[in-house]
Design a protein around this ligand. Structure first.
Ligand code: ADP
Ligand code: ADP
Length: 229
């Protein structure tokens, strides 16, 4: 079942009189409960694609559907509501509030959303049960990123979008962060998309999109990964 249906998606950035074609007519589907990984060189359009399906940016032309919502014609107000109710974001930098503990950082989200988990539950899901009372400065980079993941999943979004979540981490720590993301994908059935340069993740993805020069040039399906029911 397709959660996102993308057809002919183009994005042109205009800076002064310079035009950059970030996406050139992309067709793609993202499926319910799947983990999709986006690979490709810097500047190939991965972040632009993720930002558009996350409602952080809009298409220049083309169709972007999330279930029965047409994101390509949505107003700013509708996109804000869409992000709030349906999407969890994880970025390279964690954006935790330094004066709040791990638990309190997650509680900022859980206190304002209706169907949220308890902060303890979200932190346990990412393997940080023992760290709930720690402040960001007392946590390693990988642990801080896992708090950010807990914060994103705590509201039980249907969709998780992650832009280089391991970009600031060494590869060993990065694997722990990717493990936390695959765990939330499996346990919550969240439709997940991850941009990463970490080569290990290809094997755990359901689907890999290869980006090149504003296009998806190859889609590889992983037949061996057990599908969530
Ligand atoms: P990737 O995530 O694969 O590194 P991006 O989607 O960030 O690629 O960028 C695709 C192209 O669009 C690049 O040429 C980049 O410089 C350009 N671009 C991205 N964001 C903007 C922006 N806000 N304004 C102008 N150009 C941009
Ligand atoms: P709200 O639900 O309050 O409207 P937004 O829709 O602005 O929040 O953003 C959704 C989520 O994405 C929030 O968690 C916000 O912190 C995060 N976010 C949005 N844009 C960026 C960005 N450029 N860098 C980092 N985080 C961002």
């Amino acid at each position: 079942e397709a959660v996102f249906t993308i057809r002919g998606l183009s994005k042109i950035y205009q800076t002064g009189n310079v035009e950059v074609k970030a996406l050139r007519g992309v067709d793609a589907d993202l499926f319910h409960g799947e983990l999709t990984v986006m690979l490709g060189p810097s500047g190939s359009g991965k972040s632009t694609f993720l930002n558009i399906i996350g409602g952080l940016d809009t298409a220049t032309t083309g169709e972007v559907r999330y279930r029965d919502h047409d994101l390509s014609s949505a107003s700013d107000r509708e996109l804000t509501r869409y992000r709030r109710d349906h999407v969890g974001f994880v970025f390279q930098f964690y954006n935790l509030i330094p004066s709040l503990t791990a638990r309190e950082n997650v509680a900022l989200v859980t206190e304002i959303s209706r169907n949220a988990m308890r902060p303890e539950e979200a932190l346990e899901l990412v393997g940080l049960k023992e760290r709930i009372g720690h402040f960001p400065a007392q946590l390693s980079g990988g642990e801080q990123q896992r708090v950010a993941i807990a914060r994103a999943v705590a509201k039980r979004p249907e969709v998780m979008l992650c832009d280089e979540p391991t970009g600031a981490l060494d590869s060993k720590t990065g694997i722990l962060v990717l493990d936390a993301l695959t765990a939330t994908n499996k346990e919550l059935g969240t439709t997940t998309a991850i941009i990463t340069h970490n080569a290990t993740i290809g094997s755990i993805a359901d689907r890999v999109f290869h980006f090149s020069d504003g296009a998806i040039t190859e889609v590889i399906e992983n037949e061996t990964r057990l599908k969530p029911s």
